[in-house]
Ligand binder design. Structure first.
Ligand SMILES: Cc1cc2nc3c(=O)[nH]c(=O)nc-3n(C[C@H](O)[C@H](O)[C@H](O)COP(=O)(O)OP(=O)(O)OC[C@H]3O[C@@H](n4cnc5c(N)ncnc54)[C@H](O)[C@@H]3O)c2cc1C
Length: 309
């Protein structure tokens, strides 16, 4: 892991920065590249723009590590409202939730109860995605995911290619007919549990993606979605999908709002399923700094905003 990435990932957890950096106008201007605004209305506006380009959307209300029951219950109510608004709008929009925002740090059962309320309101033809957080949460997240799948088939999980364990996790999940979003992984993890070199993460991603596509072809994986901006990898996977006889609409790529916009549109124009995760909310600091860590060149973009102020 590069030193800069390491420093930024440590900064993403810093309480002082979280409370203070968000007040600087140049930081707020920089974050606007990755999110259309802090409100649900801003996210709905962005989703409408994406829909005009045949790009689906996924909403996430930023927040994590909630330690207060009332706040986790409030987040749950917010997502119920989000599902109502999506339904009203007729948009092709799903949601993606973080379990620590729904009370995972408080109790597994409490978190599951909150999640169940959300599933109960979800539509049958749309998935509620569950994000994967730092490695200390993987077991609990998979536990809740497996519990959920036995009652609610329309729930998807995010898995991280940088973890050595993910190959086994995919194989354990397949008999349950999961939906999986595969990502490289965004947290600071030690080499004992995660590939430290980018080339190994990329190789792991490709192998896991092939397993997921083979499972999708035989109905063992309901939806295999690839959450990445790595255009070379996406092209390799798209070629593999076409060679394996996949209908284009069954090859799904999910990206983050504001990143690789041209490729998002290109995929949609080509007939693949292109979806964009639209984040919104006021608790954006740790999420934003993880985006900086993914591409330290983004710091130049932030510096330009500083000098433009
Ligand atoms: C839809 C979606 C959901 C996600 N959910 C999770 C999750 O639940 N848990 C989790 O751990 N991680 C999640 N991630 C983040 C993921 O783990 C990676 O950290 C992130 O996607 C960067 O890796 P990459 O696959 O794009 O490849 P990289 O090899 O990092 O990047 C490939 C190229 O994409 C571009 N790029 C990548 N990131 C950025 C950026 N921030 N700014 C500008 N350009 C960029 C650059 O051109 C770069 O060269 C999610 C990502 C997506 C797209």
């Amino acid at each position: 892991m590069s030193l800069m990435r390491s420093v930024l990932l440590a900064a993403s957890q810093n309480k002082w920065l979280r409370e203070n950096a968000v007040n600087y106008p140049f930081v707020r201007r920089s974050v606007s590249r990755f999110m259309p605004g802090e409100s649900l209305d801003a996210a709905l506006g962005a989703a409408q723009g994406l829909a005009q380009k045949q790009i689906a959307s996924i909403f996430t209300n930023l927040g994590e590590n909630v330690t207060d029951r009332a706040e986790a219950a409030q987040v749950t109510q917010h997502y119920l409202e989000v599902l109502r608004r999506i339904h009203q709008s007729g948009l092709n929009t799903e949601i993606s939730v973080k379990l620590t925002q729904l009370g995972l740090d408080l109790s597994l059962d409490f978190c599951f109860e909150n999640l169940e309320k959300i599933f109960a309101q979800g539509k049958k033809d749309s998935i509620v995605w569950v994000d994967m957080e730092a490695s200390g949460y993987v077991d609990a997240t998979l536990n809740i995911y497996k519990r959920s799948l036995t009652k609610y088939p329309n729930v998807g999980i995010c898995l991280q290619a940088y973890l050595y364990r993910t190959k086994k996790d995919v194989n354990d999940l397949l008999p349950l007919r999961p939906s999986i979003r595969l990502v490289k992984g965004a947290y600071k993890e030690p080499p004992e549990i995660a590939y430290p070199k980018k080339q190994d993460v990329d190789a792991s991603y490709f192998t896991l993606a092939q397993t997921m596509m083979a499972a999708q072809a035989t109905g063992k994986c309901v939806r295999a979605a690839f959450g990445t901006h790595d255009v070379a990898l996406i092209r390799q996977l798209a070629d593999h999908a076409v060679q394996s006889g996949f209908p284009k609409k069954d090859f799904e790529v999910q990206m983050l709002y504001g990143i690789q916009r041209e490729e998002q549109e290109h995929l949609a124009r080509e007939g693949y399923r292109s979806a964009v995760l639209v984040a919104y909310g006021t608790y954006w600091y740790p999420w934003f700094v993880r985006r900086l860590a993914e591409r330290p060149a983004n710091l130049w973009f932030m510096a330009r905003n500083l000098f433009a102020s």
